[in-house]
Design a protein around this ligand. Structure first.
Ligand SMILES: *Cc1c(COP(=O)(O)O)cnc(C)c1O
Length: 376
């Protein structure tokens, strides 16, 4: 059995090496290193894949979130509601823009922002909600959009972990995550489901005016060369990364399918154990692209399980060990801990097992066997 990795970019690369090399060669030969044809092509291909009118490539997922928020022209002190249980980038950009992050608890089943908690957190200053499709599971967008409409709020999807997932509305219609709010941000960090070989990100929107505004923001606030209408940033997707992403986008559905197969096998092996809660998923799995396969370990020592797996050559991750409301950078004095019962419990219980498109059945069975051996 090959060594087990949390993500296996090398084996994945080996299968597409010729295509990637030739795409990189084309960029080098063309010398179109900045915003050249490779970037334009990737933008168009991703627009088509997602069914969204505008994809605006940028340098990384954190920039994508920041620029999406800049596009909404919020005022300092405006409140932005987001999940307490997510990667820090989501809240970091809110604070950087001098907006006020309002962290709320998540749903214990999906780990995603809890619509009931959103309603309770809305004040006259609330201007936007950032749902995160955490670990690849779609947030409850229909409920979130309904609340946003009622209170006249923007919805900014953090789709860094959810690219390729399909959301199904109550009426049966479907759409890809990242196309469901006013604007969305994603990341092409190498370990993401659509990962580059370096940093990358993108913003998505169906709003023509917002897309135009954002295309200027990413380019120093220029709409006409050397005329700077707004304070912008310099955030570009590198042409080499775009060329690689163009190759990998063709395989995204295949990669996500492989992740789902691995998740289904894990759940078959682990789902019956009384101390394990396997990830929630809908019957056809369409709502989940398993960026992570994250278990809850109930009434047992999660940290000891991490050590045990590591000793057995199995890498694993704890995403995330500290809720954002308790991070030094974001903690507020006199926080009412009773507002965060779910997050406070999840940080003690979660463990993410190796998950990528190259996992073999043999590896999955070995990992599951060790998890069960520890808990037996
Ligand atoms: C990875 C990630 C980001 C940030 O992406 P970078 O490209 O690393 O800047 C933001 N939000 C979430 C939920 C992420 O997982």
């Amino acid at each position: 059995m090959d060594p087990i990795r949390m993500v296996d970019l090398k084996s994945q690369y080996n299968q597409i090496a010729d295509e990637v090399q030739s795409a990189l060669n084309d960029v080098i030969e063309s010398t179109a290193f900045i915003n050249g044809p490779a970037v334009k092509q990737f933008q168009a291909n991703l627009e088509q894949y997602l069914g969204v009118k505008h994809v605006i490539p940028c340098a990384n997922g954190t920039d994508a979130l920041q620029i999406a928020l800049m596009g909404l022209k919020l005022e300092p002190g405006d409140e932005v509601i987001t999940a307490d249980f997510t990667f820090a980038a989501t809240v970091e950009v809110i604070s950087l823009l001098r907006l006020t992050p309002v962290l709320i608890d998540v749903d214990p089943k999906t780990f995603n922002i809890d619509p009931k908690a959103i309603e309770a957190a809305i004040t006259p200053k609330t201007k936007a909600i950032i749902p995160v499709h955490l670990f690849g599971q779609t947030a409850d967008m229909e409920a979130i959009n309904a609340i946003a409409e009622k209170h006249n709020l923007y919805v900014v999807e953090d789709n860094a972990q959810g690219i390729g997932a399909t959301y199904t509305f109550k009426d049966g219609s479907k759409a890809k995550t990242g196309t469901l709010g006013h604007v969305a941000a994603t990341s092409f960090f190498p370990s993401k489901n659509l990962g580059a070989y370096g940093d990358g990100g993108a913003i998505f929107t169906n709003d023509d005016d917002l897309a135009h505004f954002i295309r200027g923001i990413v380019n120093h606030g220029m709409y006409k060369r050397y005329y700077h209408d707004v304070v912008g940033v310099n955030s570009r997707l590198d042409a080499m990364q775009a060329a690689i992403l163009n190759v990998k986008l063709k395989y995204l559905d295949y990669y996500n399918e492989r992740r789902k197969e691995a998740a289904i096998r894990y759940t078959q092996l682990l789902g019956e154990h009384p101390n394990i809660v396997t990830p929630y998923r809908e019957a056809d799995c369409s709502s989940h692209v398993f960026h992570q396969y994250t278990l809850r370990i109930i009434d047992r020592d999660r940290d000891a399980l991490v050590d045990f797996l590591n000793e057995n050559g199995i890498p694993c991750g704890v995403y995330y060990p500290v809720p954002l409301h308790r991070q030094k950078a974001y903690a507020q004095p006199n926080t009412d801990e009773s507002l965060f019962p779910v997050t406070n419990q999840l940080v003690e219980e979660v463990i993410s097992l190796p998950m990528h498109s190259e996992l073999t059945i043999e590896q999955i069975e070995f990992i599951a066997e060790k998890v069960l051996a520890f808990l037996s």
